[in-house]
Design a protein around this ligand. Sequence first.
Ligand code: ATP
Ligand code: MG
Length: 280
Amino acid sequence: MTHVIVLGNEKGGSGKSTAAMHLVVALLKSDARVAAIDLDLRQRSLSRYIENRRKFNEINNLSLEFPVTPTVEPSDLDSREESRRQETERFTSTLQALADCDFVVIDCPGANTHLSRLAHLHADTIVTPLNDSFVDFDLLARLDPETSKVAGPSLYSEMVWLARKHRAHTGVPGGIDWVVMRNRVSATKARNKRKMAERLEDLSSRIGFRLARGFGDRVIYRELFPMGLTLLDLGGRNAPVRLSTMSHVTARLEIRSLVASLNLPVPEERAAPSQQDVAA
Ligand SMILES: Nc1ncnc2c1ncn2[C@@H]1O[C@H](COP(=O)(O)OP(=O)(O)OP(=O)(O)O)[C@@H](O)[C@H]1O
Ligand SMILES: [Mg+2]
């Protein structure tokens, strides 16, 4: 069974592509078969990240791991109905063709597009990175301006709620696991950090997400993009780049902690090749 992980948040710049790339590489390093779909065809950050990785791998004669990278083109048909039908067909046939992958990681744009909604409808796990700011929090929930208490769900939460409702109707076993992770958490600003933590705790039980340990605000996340590397590629004797500071080591722990908290299914053992296969 292919497990679909969707990185989503309508707020731009929350860390979806960065988290997607780290998840893809973490899963590849656990020997899983992974596909990466970039639905942000305007920015193409995840695709560019993987292209950079291919170049870096080639130039340095390395043997880095790579996901399968199918593309799902948005429709350019004029009629909204026709264009949605075409995108649905493109999206579902791409997913069907990935049936032999253990995981499909889908990076969504920071906007509410039809393809992004489709991805959410097919998600087993939704990961929502959230910048540590109440401006970003506003996409998840409205806060009462007087009491600062959570007053109700917001745009993005309603989209996830619809995806969950849709899944319940389709009879697919298991619900959608929604995990929110704080991103770019500052090492200082203790007061804001505490307030965000309180509001998120309050919200998580009300709209049904789990909170995972997020990522700190670290320059290394930005520096690795041109090489196509992730923190999981650093360190070790044969690593292309060394883990050089305590901050890098902590960042790598953050990634591992995120992956562990997703409680992803362990891929089934690959069937051992038969004698016939070996002879062929
Ligand atoms: N933990 C972090 N520490 C420092 N910089 C970060 C961190 N996470 C992401 N960034 C940087 O923040 C910017 C936005 O990140 P990213 O592109 O992953 O967000 P996004 O949600 O995919 O954005 P968009 O909605 O535009 O697709 C990038 O420059 C990225 O390198
Ligand atoms: Mg992105």
